[in-house]
Design a protein around this ligand. Structure first.
Ligand code: GTP
Length: 355
């Protein structure tokens, strides 16, 4: 079976991490974020994947090549200008080889999901649907596309980001399309799957089905969600084919070092060559390769970029530190503060919180 993976977005909400690395390639428990879904798709029977790239397209080729490493055939189709989600799917269809009536799996490159992809494909084939969407259940659907369905799983409406969502079933960003439906999307212009393609298909009376499964699901769009995704993977809350859950609640990659008196836990991932000094505390955080946490520093629910340094007695809570940045001794950064790459904060012991 063939699939299209959408990986052309700019990941603006995750800046500054996405300035140098596209969101789907951010190191996530030791591998690029998209690798968790890619290997799950492979295990569900996908053999060939078209990457729909745009932003920093060359980095995907460098990371995955022809896919041999993962037992997949990977090909790349790059948009000169981003075409939006449906425009990208339409553009990538030029590289599909399957027949008009074949199912094609579409994956967002920034989702972590434990749902049963094989069962979604089987539901699509049983209903002979034009499109079958994975729908997950959330407590508050206002930030999502709410998708009510009939008792026989037919989608009744698409209500994007409404203050009064009709249901807490939401579009989970994983679709099965009949190939011919992809080819009916207008070519060569920006098209949104959520705002244009799905409502248009519904208006034309096409059969669109919902596959509802409330397995683990996370849209890794913000720094807080990124931290949650990594720590959940490390703690085993989401099983991934490329990771064995570890019982200590910490993932230490190659040559990472932790001083014996440091306290590290909560699903923290410590990148290759990163180090944590004596008496430091690192909780539920993500340290990229070569990050340095000096003695006595405290890092909670934060991301520390590649080669960045958190000096002694500095405190980070819910923060993002860009690659190569330095947080001088004694600074206290809280509540979503972000330090841009290679910036050096002096040792002024300031307390900074954007809220
Ligand atoms: P934000 O800028 O923070 O909203 O992130 P994003 O750019 O990733 O956008 P969004 O989360 O809505 O994208 C969902 C998925 O679609 C991600 O995997 C993106 O990489 C991908 N995507 C979004 N827009 C495009 C596009 O124009 N072209 C391609 N090829 N992929 C896209």
């Amino acid at each position: 079976m063939e699939a299209i993976l959408l990986v052309g977005g700019q990941g603006t909400r995750l800046r500054p991490l996405t300035i140098s690395t596209p969101k789907p390639l951010l190191p996530t428990a030791g591998v690029p974020l998209l690798e968790h879904q890619l290997t799950r798709a492979r295990d569900a029977g996908v053999t060939r994947i078209v990457f729909a790239t745009s932003y920093r397209a060359e980095m995907f080729t460098e990371a995955f090549g022809d896919g041999t490493r993962l037992g997949l055939e990977i090909v790349y189709v790059t948009e000169d200008e981003p075409l939006g989600t449906a425009g990208a799917i339409r553009n990538a269809s030029a590289a599909l080889t399957c027949a008009d009536d074949s199912p094609v799996l579409i994956l967002n490159g920034d989702i972590l999901s434990g749902h049963d992809i094989s069962a979604q494909i089987a539901a699509h084939e049983k209903d002979d649907a034009a499109v079958t969407l994975h729908l997950t259940l959330v407590d508050d659907a206002r930030r999502y596309g709410s998708v009510p369905t009939s008792p026989d799983d037919r989608v009744l409406d698409f209500v994007e980001k409404s203050p009064n969502p009709p249901t807490n079933q939401v579009n989970a960003g994983c679709y099965v399309f009949r190939r011919s439906v992809i080819d009916s999307i207008p070519a060569g212009r920006v098209v949104s799957v959520e705002y244009e393609t799905f409502p248009g298909l519904l208006a034309k009376g096409e059969t669109i089905c919902g596959y509802v499964e409330a397995a683990y699901w996370l849209d890794v769009g913000t720094p807080a969600a990124f931290v949650k995704g990594v720590t959940d993977l490390v703690l085993g809350a989401l099983a991934s084919p490329v990771l064995t859950a570890n019982e200590h609640g910490v993932l230490l990659l190659d040559n990472a070092t932790v001083a014996p008196t440091a306290r590290v836990g909560g699903g923290t991932a410590v990148g290759a060559g990163a180090s944590i000094g004596a008496d430091a505390r690192v909780e539920s955080s993500v340290l990229f390769d070569g990050a340095v946490i000096e003695p006595g520093a405290r890092v909670i629910r934060s991301v520390v970029g590649a080669g960045a340094r958190v000096c002694s007695a500095a405190v980070l809570e819910d923060c993002v530190i860009g690659d190569g940045a330095t947080v001088g001794p004694g600074n206290e950064l809280l509540n979503g503060a972000r330090v841009w790459p290679n910036v050096a904060l002096p040792a002024t012991a300031i307390r900074f919180s954007p809220e």
